[in-house]
Design a protein around this ligand. Structure first.
Ligand SMILES: Cc1ncc(COP(=O)(O)O)c(C=O)c1O
Length: 291
């Protein structure tokens, strides 16, 4: 379905979310995020391919080169509203919804931060099932845990549900990188259960093991530092290690902190530890390198 050339973890969610928006014949999408929102950018790029316009309310986050580049890209594909704070964002979204409804004569498709709805999380149920398939095929050892950066929870929730469905005992460890949302084990498990209920409603027979509980997950705020978008010494170090040893480009907001968490978990011993890279894989391509 997709070809806009932007990767990362949002695309898996958007496969479900944009299909739903299209099935409901929506003409506009409204969403919100930080100034450098990956989700907003991915949404706008792929929605545009479907002829759907995107408006994004933007909350402040620390400005750096990464954010400035993201903003430039966002300006090119979406209508932006600089709402600064969470409270103003909520109020503005209500206003924008009313305006779009009048304009398009139908309600816009409203996506919460990061697309972490029960439907969006299904993208990561699929990812976990693919991972289980790779383990079964002997392409990688069964991980003791999967470590993933967590900003709105859909990725961690979907992975937890998918791993449970696949019957893998692999534990999900979420490295919390955002401070405006509640992101503890209970919240993630609740989202996983809502996704499971959605599957059941759509006719998928789920085994009892698919009931994800808070205790099945570990959520750690240890790598957040001063807050969303603020780099820390260990996240910068992890970013450097990834680049120098693996040629892997990580973003400073999510995956640098995620890898810092994964390295700390690996240092505890045990394993294998699987770091789930959620950043745009296409960013790995160096300028001038063949596509
Ligand atoms: C690169 C990257 N990794 C991880 C995440 C976090 O995923 P989730 O919002 O599902 O917790 C995001 C969310 O924007 C992201 O852009």
């Amino acid at each position: 379905m997709f070809g806009a050339g932007y990767g990362g973890n949002k695309v898996r969610k958007l496969e479900w979310l944009l299909a739903d928006a299209r099935a409901r014949r929506r003409r506009a999408i409204l969403t919100a995020g930080g100034l450098g929102t990956n989700f907003g950018l991915a949404t706008a790029l792929y929605a545009r391919e479907l002829g759907i316009a995107t408006e994004i309310a933007l909350v402040d986050q620390p400005r750096d080169e990464h954010v400035d580049v993201q903003l430039e890209r966002l300006r090119a594909v979406a209508t932006l509203h600089f709402t600064h704070t969470r409270a103003r964002t909520v109020a503005t979204l209500a206003l924008l919804t009313a305006r779009a409804t009048l304009r398009d004569r139908r309600t816009p498709y409203v996506l919460g931060p990061g697309g972490s709805s029960p439907l969006g999380a299904l993208g990561y149920v699929e990812a976990a099932l693919e991972l289980a398939e790779q383990v079964r095929a002997g392409e990688l050892p069964e991980p003791e845990c999967v470590v993933v950066a967590t900003g709105s929870g859909g990725t961690a929730a979907g992975l937890a549900l998918g791993l449970a469905l696949a019957g893998l005992p692999t534990r999900v460890i979420g490295v919390v990188v955002a401070d405006q949302l509640r992101l503890d084990g209970r919240m993630i498990a609740r989202l996983a259960r809502r996704s499971a209920r959605l599957l059941t409603r759509r006719g998928a027979p789920l085994p009892p093991a698919a009931n994800v509980a808070a205790g099945d997950l570990e959520m750690t705020p240890e790598f957040l530092g001063p807050g969303y978008g603020y780099p820390t010494a260990v996240s910068e170090q992890a970013q450097r290690v990834a680049r120098e040893h693996e040629g892997l480009v990580l973003d400073p907001v999510y995956t640098a902190k995620g890898l810092a968490g994964a390295l700390a978990v690996a240092a505890r011993g045990g394993g294998p530890v699987l770091f789930f890279n959620t950043y745009d894989g296409l960013s790995r391509r160096r300028p001038g390198a063949p596509a």
